[in-house]
Design a protein around this ligand. Sequence first.
Ligand code: GDP
Length: 442
Amino acid sequence: MVLENLKESLRGTIQKIASAVTVDSKLIKEVVRDIQRALLQADVNVKLVLELSKNIEKRALQEKPPAGMSAREHVIRIVYDELVKILGTGKTLPLKKQIILMVGLYGQGKTTTCGKLARYFKRKGLRPALIAGDVHRPAAYDQLKQIAEKAEVPFYGDKNAKDAVEVVKKGVDHFKRSADVIIVDTAGRHKLEEDLINEIRDIEREIKADEKILVIDATIGQQARDQAKAFHDAVGITGIILTKMDGTAKGGGALSAAAEVGAPIVFIGTGEHLSDLESFDPKGFVSRLLGMGDIRALLEKAEEAMKEKEAEKAIERIVSGKFTLKDMYQQIEMMKGMGPLQKLSELLPFGFSGKVKDVDMEETQRKLRKFKYIMDSMTEEELENPEIIKGSRIRRIARGAGVESKDVKELLKYYHMTKSMMKGFASNRKLRKSLMKQLKFT
Ligand code: GDP
Protein backbone atom coordinates (compact mmCIF):
# COMPACT_ATOMS: atom_id res chain seq x y z
CA MET A 1 0.00 0.00 0.00
CA VAL A 2 1.04 3.54 -0.73
CA LEU A 3 1.87 5.84 2.19
CA GLU A 4 0.32 3.60 4.79
CA ASN A 5 1.72 5.49 7.80
CA LEU A 6 0.77 8.89 6.55
CA LYS A 7 -2.68 7.63 5.75
CA GLU A 8 -3.12 6.24 9.20
CA SER A 9 -2.07 9.41 10.99
CA LEU A 10 -4.11 11.69 8.76
CA ARG A 11 -7.18 9.54 9.17
CA GLY A 12 -6.69 9.64 12.92
CA THR A 13 -6.65 13.42 12.71
CA ILE A 14 -9.78 13.53 10.58
CA GLN A 15 -11.46 11.28 13.10
CA LYS A 16 -10.43 13.64 15.84
CA ILE A 17 -12.05 16.55 14.05
CA ALA A 18 -15.18 14.62 13.21
CA SER A 19 -15.75 13.57 16.78
CA ALA A 20 -14.81 16.85 18.45
CA VAL A 21 -17.46 18.38 20.66
CA THR A 22 -16.53 21.90 19.72
CA VAL A 23 -14.29 23.33 17.11
CA ASP A 24 -12.15 25.90 18.87
CA SER A 25 -8.63 27.20 18.59
CA LYS A 26 -7.42 24.48 20.92
CA LEU A 27 -8.67 21.74 18.62
CA ILE A 28 -7.29 23.46 15.56
CA LYS A 29 -3.87 23.87 17.13
CA GLU A 30 -3.89 20.20 18.02
CA VAL A 31 -4.96 19.21 14.53
CA VAL A 32 -2.28 21.33 12.94
CA ARG A 33 0.34 19.80 15.21
CA ASP A 34 -0.83 16.28 14.26
CA ILE A 35 -0.66 17.09 10.59
CA GLN A 36 2.78 18.61 10.93
CA ARG A 37 4.08 15.51 12.62
CA ALA A 38 2.53 13.21 10.02
CA LEU A 39 3.89 15.17 7.07
CA LEU A 40 7.37 15.52 8.52
CA GLN A 41 7.46 11.78 9.07
CA ALA A 42 6.55 11.35 5.41
CA ASP A 43 9.62 13.48 4.65
CA VAL A 44 7.74 16.53 3.48
CA ASN A 45 9.95 19.59 3.48
CA VAL A 46 9.84 21.59 6.74
CA LYS A 47 9.22 24.90 5.03
CA LEU A 48 6.33 23.46 3.09
CA VAL A 49 4.88 21.91 6.22
CA LEU A 50 5.04 25.19 8.11
CA GLU A 51 3.41 27.06 5.28
CA LEU A 52 0.64 24.50 5.01
CA SER A 53 0.03 24.54 8.77
CA LYS A 54 -0.13 28.28 8.78
CA ASN A 55 -2.73 28.23 6.03
CA ILE A 56 -4.84 25.59 7.73
CA GLU A 57 -4.74 27.40 11.04
CA LYS A 58 -5.53 30.77 9.56
CA ARG A 59 -8.37 29.54 7.38
CA ALA A 60 -9.88 27.32 10.06
CA LEU A 61 -9.97 30.19 12.53
CA GLN A 62 -11.04 32.96 10.17
CA GLU A 63 -13.24 31.47 7.49
CA LYS A 64 -16.86 30.95 8.25
CA PRO A 65 -18.31 27.61 7.20
CA PRO A 66 -20.58 28.03 4.19
CA ALA A 67 -24.30 27.63 4.77
CA GLY A 68 -25.26 24.05 5.51
CA MET A 69 -21.76 23.06 6.53
CA SER A 70 -20.79 22.44 10.11
CA ALA A 71 -17.61 23.84 11.59
CA ARG A 72 -16.15 20.32 11.76
CA GLU A 73 -16.83 19.60 8.14
CA HIS A 74 -15.37 22.92 7.23
CA VAL A 75 -12.08 22.20 8.96
CA ILE A 76 -11.84 18.82 7.21
CA ARG A 77 -12.47 20.54 3.94
CA ILE A 78 -9.67 23.02 4.61
CA VAL A 79 -7.21 20.25 5.46
CA TYR A 80 -8.15 18.53 2.21
CA ASP A 81 -7.77 21.73 0.16
CA GLU A 82 -4.37 22.57 1.56
CA LEU A 83 -3.02 19.06 1.06
CA VAL A 84 -4.21 19.07 -2.54
CA LYS A 85 -2.48 22.40 -3.03
CA ILE A 86 1.00 21.10 -2.22
CA LEU A 87 0.74 18.32 -4.78
CA GLY A 88 0.58 20.52 -7.84
CA THR A 89 -1.87 20.13 -10.66
CA GLY A 90 -1.06 16.63 -11.91
CA LYS A 91 -1.27 15.89 -15.61
CA THR A 92 -2.77 13.32 -17.95
CA LEU A 93 -0.82 12.37 -21.03
CA PRO A 94 -2.93 12.94 -24.15
CA LEU A 95 -4.08 9.89 -26.08
CA LYS A 96 -2.55 10.78 -29.39
CA LYS A 97 0.30 10.00 -31.71
CA GLN A 98 3.43 11.08 -29.90
CA ILE A 99 7.03 10.43 -29.00
CA ILE A 100 7.89 10.14 -25.34
CA LEU A 101 11.48 10.42 -24.20
CA MET A 102 12.11 8.81 -20.84
CA VAL A 103 14.96 10.25 -18.80
CA GLY A 104 16.39 9.67 -15.36
CA LEU A 105 19.32 8.37 -13.36
CA TYR A 106 20.29 4.72 -12.86
CA GLY A 107 18.03 2.40 -10.95
CA GLN A 108 15.13 4.80 -10.67
CA GLY A 109 12.77 2.42 -12.43
CA LYS A 110 12.97 4.02 -15.85
CA THR A 111 13.04 0.86 -17.93
CA THR A 112 10.26 -0.77 -15.96
CA THR A 113 8.20 2.40 -16.30
CA CYS A 114 8.66 2.35 -20.09
CA GLY A 115 6.89 -1.00 -20.06
CA LYS A 116 4.17 0.27 -17.74
CA LEU A 117 3.51 3.23 -20.02
CA ALA A 118 3.38 0.99 -23.09
CA ARG A 119 0.82 -1.19 -21.35
CA TYR A 120 -1.18 1.86 -20.34
CA PHE A 121 -1.41 3.22 -23.90
CA LYS A 122 -2.17 -0.18 -25.31
CA ARG A 123 -5.10 -0.50 -22.99
CA LYS A 124 -6.32 2.87 -24.16
CA GLY A 125 -6.45 1.55 -27.70
CA LEU A 126 -3.29 3.12 -29.08
CA ARG A 127 -0.36 1.28 -30.61
CA PRO A 128 2.70 1.83 -28.44
CA ALA A 129 6.25 0.75 -29.26
CA LEU A 130 9.48 0.72 -27.28
CA ILE A 131 12.94 1.80 -28.37
CA ALA A 132 16.11 0.88 -26.49
CA GLY A 133 18.15 4.07 -26.47
CA ASP A 134 20.66 2.99 -23.85
CA VAL A 135 23.75 1.95 -25.76
CA HIS A 136 26.05 2.01 -22.76
CA ARG A 137 24.73 -1.01 -20.92
CA PRO A 138 24.06 -4.18 -22.94
CA ALA A 139 21.87 -5.45 -20.12
CA ALA A 140 19.53 -2.50 -20.64
CA TYR A 141 18.78 -3.75 -24.15
CA ASP A 142 17.84 -7.23 -22.87
CA GLN A 143 15.76 -5.82 -20.03
CA LEU A 144 13.69 -3.56 -22.25
CA LYS A 145 13.26 -6.35 -24.80
CA GLN A 146 11.89 -8.62 -22.11
CA ILE A 147 9.59 -5.92 -20.83
CA ALA A 148 8.32 -5.29 -24.35
CA GLU A 149 7.51 -8.98 -24.68
CA LYS A 150 5.68 -8.93 -21.38
CA ALA A 151 3.67 -5.90 -22.41
CA GLU A 152 3.18 -7.44 -25.86
CA VAL A 153 4.34 -4.37 -27.70
CA PRO A 154 6.88 -4.05 -30.54
CA PHE A 155 10.47 -3.32 -29.65
CA TYR A 156 13.39 -1.81 -31.50
CA GLY A 157 17.03 -1.87 -30.51
CA ASP A 158 20.53 -2.75 -31.62
CA LYS A 159 22.71 -4.48 -29.11
CA ASN A 160 25.89 -3.52 -30.93
CA ALA A 161 25.00 0.09 -31.46
CA LYS A 162 27.46 2.66 -30.17
CA ASP A 163 25.58 5.82 -30.96
CA ALA A 164 22.37 6.44 -29.03
CA VAL A 165 21.12 9.16 -31.38
CA GLU A 166 21.59 6.91 -34.37
CA VAL A 167 19.75 3.94 -32.89
CA VAL A 168 16.87 6.05 -31.61
CA LYS A 169 16.51 7.78 -34.97
CA LYS A 170 16.38 4.41 -36.72
CA GLY A 171 13.84 3.18 -34.22
CA VAL A 172 11.58 6.18 -34.72
CA ASP A 173 11.77 5.73 -38.51
CA HIS A 174 11.03 2.05 -38.07
CA PHE A 175 7.85 2.75 -36.10
CA LYS A 176 6.75 5.83 -38.00
CA ARG A 177 3.74 4.09 -39.51
CA SER A 178 3.14 1.10 -37.30
CA ALA A 179 3.02 2.82 -33.90
CA ASP A 180 1.16 5.73 -32.32
CA VAL A 181 3.08 6.19 -29.11
CA ILE A 182 6.82 5.74 -29.39
CA ILE A 183 8.47 5.40 -26.01
CA VAL A 184 12.22 5.87 -25.94
CA ASP A 185 14.23 4.49 -23.05
CA THR A 186 17.52 6.35 -22.57
CA ALA A 187 20.67 5.67 -20.63
CA GLY A 188 20.96 6.56 -16.99
CA ARG A 189 24.00 7.71 -15.05
CA HIS A 190 24.80 7.81 -11.40
CA LYS A 191 24.67 11.57 -11.48
CA LEU A 192 23.29 14.14 -13.83
CA GLU A 193 26.50 14.89 -15.71
CA GLU A 194 27.34 16.88 -18.76
CA ASP A 195 27.57 13.85 -21.07
CA LEU A 196 24.13 12.63 -20.04
CA ILE A 197 22.62 16.07 -20.58
CA ASN A 198 24.27 16.27 -23.98
CA GLU A 199 23.04 12.86 -24.99
CA ILE A 200 19.45 13.68 -24.01
CA ARG A 201 19.66 16.97 -25.89
CA ASP A 202 21.11 15.28 -28.98
CA ILE A 203 18.37 12.65 -29.04
CA GLU A 204 15.74 15.26 -28.45
CA ARG A 205 17.03 17.45 -31.25
CA GLU A 206 16.90 14.50 -33.60
CA ILE A 207 13.44 13.12 -32.79
CA LYS A 208 11.63 16.17 -31.38
CA ALA A 209 9.92 14.34 -28.57
CA ASP A 210 6.46 15.54 -27.52
CA GLU A 211 7.05 14.62 -23.91
CA LYS A 212 10.18 14.39 -21.83
CA ILE A 213 9.30 12.39 -18.76
CA LEU A 214 11.61 12.21 -15.79
CA VAL A 215 11.49 9.04 -13.72
CA ILE A 216 12.39 9.41 -10.05
CA ASP A 217 12.55 6.82 -7.31
CA ALA A 218 10.25 8.09 -4.53
CA THR A 219 12.29 6.44 -1.80
CA ILE A 220 14.70 9.39 -1.92
CA GLY A 221 11.97 11.52 -0.37
CA GLN A 222 12.31 15.28 -0.57
CA GLN A 223 15.62 14.97 -2.38
CA ALA A 224 13.40 14.42 -5.39
CA ARG A 225 13.29 18.18 -5.59
CA ASP A 226 16.99 18.59 -6.38
CA GLN A 227 16.90 15.82 -8.93
CA ALA A 228 13.81 17.13 -10.64
CA LYS A 229 15.13 20.67 -10.65
CA ALA A 230 18.48 19.65 -12.09
CA PHE A 231 16.82 17.78 -14.94
CA HIS A 232 14.26 20.49 -15.48
CA ASP A 233 16.92 23.17 -15.72
CA ALA A 234 19.13 21.07 -17.99
CA VAL A 235 16.71 19.57 -20.46
CA GLY A 236 13.23 20.94 -19.66
CA ILE A 237 11.02 18.05 -18.61
CA THR A 238 7.27 17.97 -19.31
CA GLY A 239 6.28 15.54 -16.59
CA ILE A 240 7.47 13.39 -13.71
CA ILE A 241 6.76 9.79 -12.80
CA LEU A 242 7.56 8.79 -9.23
CA THR A 243 8.27 5.10 -8.85
CA LYS A 244 8.41 2.76 -5.86
CA MET A 245 5.68 4.65 -4.02
CA ASP A 246 4.69 1.24 -2.66
CA GLY A 247 7.90 0.72 -0.75
CA THR A 248 8.51 3.98 1.04
CA ALA A 249 7.25 6.08 3.90
CA LYS A 250 8.87 9.07 2.24
CA GLY A 251 6.49 9.23 -0.69
CA GLY A 252 4.77 12.33 0.62
CA GLY A 253 8.09 14.14 0.60
CA ALA A 254 8.90 12.97 -2.90
CA LEU A 255 5.49 14.01 -4.24
CA SER A 256 5.39 17.45 -2.69
CA ALA A 257 9.04 18.12 -3.51
CA ALA A 258 8.67 17.07 -7.14
CA ALA A 259 5.52 19.16 -7.47
CA GLU A 260 7.43 22.23 -6.27
CA VAL A 261 9.65 22.15 -9.34
CA GLY A 262 6.72 23.04 -11.55
CA ALA A 263 6.75 20.00 -13.84
CA PRO A 264 3.53 18.11 -13.16
CA ILE A 265 3.46 14.58 -11.79
CA VAL A 266 1.90 12.30 -14.36
CA PHE A 267 1.91 8.87 -12.79
CA ILE A 268 3.09 7.06 -9.72
CA GLY A 269 4.58 3.57 -9.78
CA THR A 270 3.19 1.33 -7.09
CA GLY A 271 4.92 -2.00 -7.64
CA GLU A 272 7.12 -4.11 -9.88
CA HIS A 273 4.38 -5.37 -12.18
CA LEU A 274 3.53 -3.63 -15.41
CA SER A 275 0.05 -2.92 -14.12
CA ASP A 276 1.38 -1.07 -11.06
CA LEU A 277 0.99 2.40 -12.49
CA GLU A 278 -1.54 4.94 -11.25
CA SER A 279 -2.53 8.17 -12.94
CA PHE A 280 -1.77 11.01 -10.61
CA ASP A 281 -4.64 13.27 -9.75
CA PRO A 282 -3.93 15.31 -6.60
CA LYS A 283 -7.60 15.55 -5.60
CA GLY A 284 -8.26 11.83 -5.90
CA PHE A 285 -4.98 11.07 -4.21
CA VAL A 286 -5.69 13.22 -1.16
CA SER A 287 -9.26 11.93 -1.01
CA ARG A 288 -7.98 8.39 -0.75
CA LEU A 289 -5.30 9.40 1.73
CA LEU A 290 -7.85 10.97 4.04
CA GLY A 291 -10.36 8.19 3.53
CA MET A 292 -12.75 10.56 1.83
CA GLY A 293 -14.92 7.60 0.91
CA ASP A 294 -15.81 7.43 4.56
CA ILE A 295 -16.24 11.11 5.04
CA ARG A 296 -17.73 11.74 1.66
CA ALA A 297 -21.11 12.06 3.24
CA LEU A 298 -19.74 14.90 5.29
CA LEU A 299 -18.34 16.69 2.33
CA GLU A 300 -21.35 16.09 0.19
CA LYS A 301 -23.38 17.98 2.66
CA ALA A 302 -21.04 20.85 2.28
CA GLU A 303 -21.56 20.87 -1.40
CA GLU A 304 -25.31 20.78 -1.16
CA ALA A 305 -25.41 24.50 -0.65
CA MET A 306 -23.79 25.03 -4.01
CA LYS A 307 -25.74 22.33 -5.68
CA GLU A 308 -28.77 24.28 -6.64
CA LYS A 309 -26.62 26.68 -8.56
CA GLU A 310 -24.81 23.84 -10.24
CA ALA A 311 -28.06 22.21 -11.15
CA GLU A 312 -29.21 25.37 -12.82
CA LYS A 313 -25.96 25.51 -14.73
CA ALA A 314 -26.28 21.88 -15.79
CA ILE A 315 -29.82 22.45 -16.95
CA GLU A 316 -28.71 25.53 -18.83
CA ARG A 317 -26.09 23.48 -20.60
CA ILE A 318 -28.69 20.95 -21.55
CA VAL A 319 -31.16 23.55 -22.75
CA SER A 320 -28.53 25.24 -24.85
CA GLY A 321 -27.73 21.87 -26.36
CA LYS A 322 -24.39 21.50 -24.62
CA PHE A 323 -25.00 18.09 -23.13
CA THR A 324 -21.66 16.31 -23.68
CA LEU A 325 -20.50 12.76 -23.16
CA LYS A 326 -18.92 13.97 -19.97
CA ASP A 327 -22.32 15.02 -18.67
CA MET A 328 -23.67 11.66 -19.69
CA TYR A 329 -20.86 9.88 -17.90
CA GLN A 330 -21.72 11.75 -14.72
CA GLN A 331 -25.34 10.98 -15.25
CA ILE A 332 -24.64 7.27 -15.50
CA GLU A 333 -22.52 7.47 -12.38
CA MET A 334 -25.31 9.27 -10.58
CA MET A 335 -27.92 6.81 -11.67
CA LYS A 336 -25.93 3.96 -10.22
CA GLY A 337 -26.50 5.35 -6.78
CA MET A 338 -30.17 5.95 -7.31
CA GLY A 339 -31.53 2.72 -6.04
CA PRO A 340 -34.98 1.84 -7.22
CA LEU A 341 -34.64 0.36 -10.65
CA GLN A 342 -37.98 1.64 -11.73
CA LYS A 343 -36.81 5.16 -11.19
CA LEU A 344 -33.71 4.48 -13.16
CA SER A 345 -35.60 3.10 -16.07
CA GLU A 346 -37.71 6.22 -16.25
CA LEU A 347 -34.63 8.13 -17.12
CA LEU A 348 -33.25 5.87 -19.78
CA PRO A 349 -34.18 6.31 -23.38
CA PHE A 350 -33.88 2.64 -24.10
CA GLY A 351 -37.36 2.54 -25.35
CA PHE A 352 -38.81 0.98 -22.25
CA SER A 353 -42.40 1.68 -21.72
CA GLY A 354 -44.54 0.61 -18.87
CA LYS A 355 -43.24 -2.19 -16.71
CA VAL A 356 -39.59 -3.01 -16.60
CA LYS A 357 -38.66 -6.60 -16.35
CA ASP A 358 -35.63 -7.71 -14.38
CA VAL A 359 -33.99 -9.07 -17.44
CA ASP A 360 -34.21 -5.69 -19.14
CA MET A 361 -32.63 -4.10 -16.16
CA GLU A 362 -29.76 -6.54 -16.20
CA GLU A 363 -29.23 -5.86 -19.84
CA THR A 364 -29.31 -2.14 -19.17
CA GLN A 365 -26.80 -2.39 -16.36
CA ARG A 366 -24.52 -4.43 -18.56
CA LYS A 367 -24.78 -1.87 -21.30
CA LEU A 368 -24.11 1.05 -19.02
CA ARG A 369 -21.05 -0.69 -17.71
CA LYS A 370 -19.84 -1.21 -21.26
CA PHE A 371 -20.52 2.43 -22.06
CA LYS A 372 -18.35 3.44 -19.16
CA TYR A 373 -15.43 1.34 -20.41
CA ILE A 374 -15.83 2.92 -23.79
CA MET A 375 -15.89 6.43 -22.39
CA ASP A 376 -12.80 5.63 -20.31
CA SER A 377 -10.94 5.08 -23.56
CA MET A 378 -11.84 8.51 -24.86
CA THR A 379 -9.83 11.66 -24.57
CA GLU A 380 -11.03 14.72 -22.75
CA GLU A 381 -11.52 16.41 -26.10
CA GLU A 382 -13.71 13.59 -27.37
CA LEU A 383 -15.82 13.61 -24.24
CA GLU A 384 -16.40 17.33 -24.60
CA ASN A 385 -16.99 17.26 -28.34
CA PRO A 386 -18.58 13.93 -29.23
CA GLU A 387 -19.18 15.08 -32.80
CA ILE A 388 -15.49 14.61 -33.62
CA ILE A 389 -15.72 10.88 -32.88
CA LYS A 390 -15.65 9.29 -36.29
CA GLY A 391 -13.80 6.66 -38.33
CA SER A 392 -10.35 6.06 -36.93
CA ARG A 393 -11.27 7.51 -33.54
CA ILE A 394 -14.08 5.01 -33.26
CA ARG A 395 -11.68 2.19 -34.05
CA ARG A 396 -9.09 3.41 -31.55
CA ILE A 397 -11.66 3.82 -28.79
CA ALA A 398 -13.08 0.37 -29.49
CA ARG A 399 -9.63 -1.16 -29.37
CA GLY A 400 -8.87 0.53 -26.05
CA ALA A 401 -12.11 -0.60 -24.47
CA GLY A 402 -11.82 -4.10 -25.88
CA VAL A 403 -15.13 -3.81 -27.74
CA GLU A 404 -16.19 -3.59 -31.35
CA SER A 405 -16.73 -0.44 -33.37
CA LYS A 406 -20.44 -1.09 -33.44
CA ASP A 407 -20.51 -0.82 -29.63
CA VAL A 408 -18.95 2.63 -29.82
CA LYS A 409 -21.51 3.58 -32.44
CA GLU A 410 -24.26 2.32 -30.21
CA LEU A 411 -22.96 4.48 -27.38
CA LEU A 412 -22.99 7.50 -29.69
CA LYS A 413 -26.54 6.71 -30.71
CA TYR A 414 -27.55 6.40 -27.08
CA TYR A 415 -25.85 9.71 -26.41
CA HIS A 416 -27.81 11.47 -29.14
CA MET A 417 -31.04 10.00 -27.88
CA THR A 418 -30.28 11.04 -24.34
CA LYS A 419 -29.30 14.48 -25.49
CA SER A 420 -32.50 15.13 -27.33
CA MET A 421 -34.52 13.67 -24.50
CA MET A 422 -32.74 15.88 -21.99
CA LYS A 423 -33.45 18.83 -24.19
CA GLY A 424 -37.11 17.93 -24.20
CA PHE A 425 -37.10 17.62 -20.45
CA ALA A 426 -35.28 20.82 -19.85
CA SER A 427 -37.32 23.08 -22.04
CA ASN A 428 -40.52 22.11 -20.28
CA ARG A 429 -40.95 23.77 -16.89
CA LYS A 430 -42.72 20.95 -15.20
CA LEU A 431 -40.53 18.26 -16.62
CA ARG A 432 -37.56 20.36 -15.77
CA LYS A 433 -38.51 20.33 -12.14
CA SER A 434 -38.99 16.62 -12.12
CA LEU A 435 -35.71 16.13 -13.93
CA MET A 436 -33.90 18.05 -11.26
CA LYS A 437 -35.53 15.98 -8.64
CA GLN A 438 -34.74 12.75 -10.40
CA LEU A 439 -31.16 13.70 -10.81
CA LYS A 440 -31.06 14.37 -7.11
CA PHE A 441 -30.15 17.95 -7.69
CA THR A 442 -32.81 19.12 -5.31
P1 GDP B 1 16.32 1.86 -14.41
O1 GDP B 1 17.76 1.60 -14.11
O2 GDP B 1 15.95 3.27 -14.07
O3 GDP B 1 15.92 1.50 -15.78
O4 GDP B 1 15.47 0.99 -13.38
P2 GDP B 1 14.71 -0.38 -13.56
O5 GDP B 1 13.53 -0.22 -14.40
O6 GDP B 1 15.69 -1.43 -13.93
O7 GDP B 1 14.19 -0.60 -12.07
C1 GDP B 1 15.05 -0.81 -10.97
C2 GDP B 1 14.34 -1.70 -9.97
O8 GDP B 1 13.23 -1.05 -9.42
C3 GDP B 1 13.81 -2.97 -10.57
O9 GDP B 1 14.06 -4.03 -9.69
C4 GDP B 1 12.31 -2.73 -10.69
O10 GDP B 1 11.56 -3.91 -10.59
C5 GDP B 1 12.06 -1.84 -9.50
N1 GDP B 1 10.89 -0.97 -9.67
C6 GDP B 1 10.59 -0.12 -10.68
N2 GDP B 1 9.44 0.55 -10.44
C7 GDP B 1 8.98 0.11 -9.26
C8 GDP B 1 7.83 0.43 -8.45
O11 GDP B 1 6.97 1.26 -8.78
N3 GDP B 1 7.71 -0.26 -7.28
C9 GDP B 1 8.63 -1.19 -6.87
N4 GDP B 1 8.43 -1.79 -5.70
N5 GDP B 1 9.72 -1.48 -7.59
C10 GDP B 1 9.90 -0.86 -8.76
